[in-house]
Structure formats: structure tokens, C-alpha cells
Design a protein around this ligand. Structure first.
Ligand code: CA
Length: 227
């Protein structure tokens, strides 16, 4: 049974979540504030955490940082805040995904399943150097990309971007993180660089670059590699 820790101070929402999650055979633990959430995360070892950012005793971001000090458990943020800045802070602190309130229960459950599925996959390690999709194969050690049998040439910058994205399959990587890691701190606002380089990567890798299947844009937020 998958154990979910629901961290939320709105009792009506907790009740709705509990009914829906238990109906789908999730084992539900509840915490109505951040302090209890941190204690239960440590003692009850949940398989996934649903986390509201607006908690009575602390900012949900602090809960993410606290849990990330010792655990890789998937954290799915429930955000009532509509600014992408808050979501980016949550993702940078180590959240895996976010859902904006109000959300549909179906969407939440789909994201929950995706988050727990990723957790069950064997840890990515250096031996897993070859990533294969229906359209292309990437050998990270040999630094080679094939589309069918045809080699694709990537520039060092394109490689760097692609490596970060495919090392985190299914995860949204923020614009800020990509800019920091690939271009450095002075370029953290240059989101136009990302647009240009992602367009190049799509032209080289995607069957239909204007409707990408693998290199997905989350508008205003970042990019994700969908394997
Ligand atoms: Ca709240």
C-alpha cells in the first residue's frame, strides 16, 4: 500500500483528499502544520508527500528543505499561489512537482501516480549511460546521439542542457537552474538563451519540433524531458 502524507491545514480539503485517496487504496497520514509534517515524515516514512505551501506555523518551503536534508521521498506541492515564482522556489528547494489549487482530483491522482512511479524506478546511476526513446538514442559516455542510424551533432551547450534534462526524466527543471548550470550566475535572467537552445535541440531530436514529444516546455517555469 502506498502511504501518503497529506500536509494541509484546510480541514475540508484534507477530508476530500482523504476520501479520494483511501478509495484508491492509499494509506493516508495527515499533518495540519509543518512541525507535525516534519515529525511524521521522519517517523512514518511516507512513500509520497502532498504539501500545501501556506501552513500556520511555517512556510511549506521550509518543510521541503527539512525533508530534503535526509530523504528523496517525492514531494508534490499543492499551491494556491498563482505566481510562478513561488512554484519555482518550491521546485528549487527540492519539490518534485506541483498542482495549483483548485485542482481536479483526477489530475492530482495522475501526478501522484507519476511521482510514486518515478520513485520505484531503479536509481539513475552512471552505468545507465544510454537513454533510448522511440525516436533517438543518447549515449552519455560516448557523447553520441543517434536518430535511427543517423548521428546527430550537438554543440557543447546543447549537450550540457540535454544532459541535465535527461538525468531528471519526468521532472520539471526550472529556467533558473538550467541557466545557472549551463551559462553561470550572470546569465540567470537570460531565458531567451533557453528558448533558442531548446528550439535547436528540438529541431535535432524531435520528429515534429513544433509539437515536441520529449522536450516539453512548462511556460514561464522551465522544461522537462518526458522519456
Ligand atoms: Ca493552507
Amino acid at each position: 500500500m502506498t502511504r501518503v502524507l497529506v500536509v494541509e491545514d484546510d480541514p475540508q480539503l484534507v477530508r476530500a483528499l482523504k476520501i479520494n485517496l483511501q478509495a484508491r487504496k492509499f494509506d493516508v497520514e495527515e499533518a495540519s502544520d509543518g512541525g507535525l509534517a516534519l515529525r511524521l515524515a521522519a517517523t512514518r516514512k511516507p512513500d509520497v508527500i502532498l504539501l500545501d505551501l501556506g501552513l500556520p506555523d511555517m512556510d511549506g518551503i521550509e518543510v521541503i528543505k527539512g525533508v530534503r536534508g535526509w530523504s528523496r521521498v517525492p514531494i508534490l506541492v499543492l499551491s494556491a499561489r498563482h505566481t510562478s515564482e513561488e512554484k519555482i522556489r518550491a521546485l528549487d528547494a527540492g519539490a518534485d512537482d506541483y498542482v495549483t489549487k483548485p485542482f481536479s482530483m483526477d489530475e492530482l491522482l495522475a501526478r501522484l501516480r507519476a511521482a510514486t512511479r518515478r520513485q520505484e524506478e531503479p536509481a539513475q546511476n552512471d552505468e545507465q549511460a544510454v537513454v533510448t526513446t522511440d525516436d533517438f538514442t543518447i549515449d552519455l559516455v560516448a557523447k553520441k546521439v543517434l536518430r535511427g542510424s543517423r548521428p546527430v551533432r550537438l554543440t557543447p551547450t546543447e549537450w550540457h542542457l540535454l544532459e541535465i534534462l535527461i538525468a531528471n526524466p519526468g521532472h520539471l527543471i526550472t529556467q533558473r537552474r538550467l541557466l545557472l548550470e549551463v551559462w553561470g550566475p550572470t546569465y540567470s535572467e537570460h531565458t531567451n538563451y533557453l528558448r533558442v537552445y531548446m528550439a535547436q535541440l528540438r529541431r535535432k531530436l524531435e520528429a515534429d519540433p513544433s509539437h515536441p514529444r520529449y522536450l516539453i516546455t512548462e511556460p514561464g517555469m522551465g522544461y522537462r524531458f518526458e522519456p
